[in-house]
Design a binder for this molecule. Structure first.
Ligand code: HEC
Ligand code: HEC
Length: 278
């Protein structure tokens, strides 16, 4: 039933078609680009029947903003990142463009992150900062700062429409387990876990907010509320603060494991970077 409601409410957009391919998968077609916004849950997300993009739960006006690259305010930051891409910085006298001719070479990368390498969870932010410190001799950017979220939006955009597909086996398994544990652990004065809202109560109203599954396929996301891009970890932090918990460190191990686990709950959803949320 949930599905039907969504399909009807979005069908009014001009130039946009919504279709159900397989029984369990819904796609949006915008200017010939396909987005999977809803799909059957992967086997490891045992408490969910379907996975749904956060886009589905937003107001029509917000949904429309995301779908139009000219109106989507996230693109102001994508443009800033194009400038940063070409800007020389650091002791080596290099710009990103000195070594990577075109940012389009990163198509697909966003769908596989975070990934586990050398006994650590590696995020997009880590990859960018490694290049800055090791290849450019430049200062690392602040993990959730404006330059970093702009750059992760530009790189993430190259994978827009592609299905999330993070590895959770092999070396990744222990970090994935850790993330899962965090997801289900109650914390804070309100004594709640991520799952209490995003698994047990999604598609209900919490004050003025329509609760989603707390997926990460749209990050970094443009928040209308504070008129800037919001990183995955900044959102995690915000949710922990809302339940009066002491948030884990942005860019720290806990949030990276949590990011891996949550990405795996959204396997198959299209990358929507940069998405728009309230
Ligand atoms: C001096 C050359 C050089 C510069 C400048 C450079 N990079 Fe890199 N980058 C590399 C190399 C080489 C790799 C491959 C991994 C490694 O050895 O670190 C890489 C890897 C990456 C990756 C990961 C790709 C993957 O598939 O895993 C990203 C993302 C990236 N760079 C982004 C950037 C950005 C953004 C900038 C500018 C802020 C930048 N790089 C500047 C050389 C460079
Ligand atoms: C008290 C309920 C509540 C709890 C508990 C909670 N959140 Fe949220 N979360 C929200 C609300 C409300 C929003 C904004 C509406 C939405 O997208 O669901 C949100 C949004 C999100 C989003 C953005 C989704 C999108 O599509 O943009 C992510 C990611 C997220 N939460 C992750 C988490 C994580 C991780 C935890 C546990 C550390 C957590 N949340 C705990 C209420 C909660």
């Amino acid at each position: 039933m949930k599905t039907l409601k969504v399909l009807v409410s979005t069908a009014c957009f001009v130039g946009m078609a919504v279709s159900t391919h397989a029984e369990e998968s819904a796609a949006l077609s915008i200017d010939g680009q396909e987005f999977t916004i809803q799909t059957a849950a992967p086997a490891h997300a045992e408490n969910l029947d379907e996975v749904t993009s956060g886009w589905i739960y937003r107001a029509k006006e917000t949904q429309a903003l995301q779908l139009d690259d000219f109106d989507n305010p996230g693109f102001v930051f994508v443009d800033q990142a194009i400038d940063l891409w070409n800007e020389v910085d650091g002791g080596e006298g290099k710009a990103c463009a000195s070594c990577h001719d075109d940012v389009e070479q990163f198509a697909g990368l966003r769908t596989t992150l975070p990934r586990v390498e050398g006994g650590k969870v590696v995020t997009m932010e880590d990859l960018v900062n490694t290049c800055r410190t090791d290849h450019m001799g430049a200062e690392p950017w602040k993990y959730s700062g404006g330059q970093m979220t702009a750059m992760t939006a530009l790189i993430g955009l190259q994978s827009r429409g592609m299905p999330m597909n993070v590895a959770i086996d092999g070396e990744a398994a222990e970090f994935w387990e850790e993330g899962k544990e965090l997801y289900y652990t109650r914390v804070g004065q309100l004594d709640m876990a991520c799952s209490n809202c995003h698994e047990d109560n999604y598609d209900t109203m919490i004050r003025a907010d329509h609760l989603s599954q707390g997926q990460t396929n749209g990050f970094p996301t443009y928040r209308l509320k504070n008129a800037k891009l919001n990183s995955t970890h900044a959102r995690f932090k915000g949710c922990m603060k809302n339940i009066r918990a002491e948030p884990y460190k942005v860019g720290g191990e806990e949030f990276k494991s949590l990011e891996l686990y949550i990405a795996s709950r959204g396997q198959g959803l299209s990358v929507e970077t940069p998405s728009v949320r309230n």
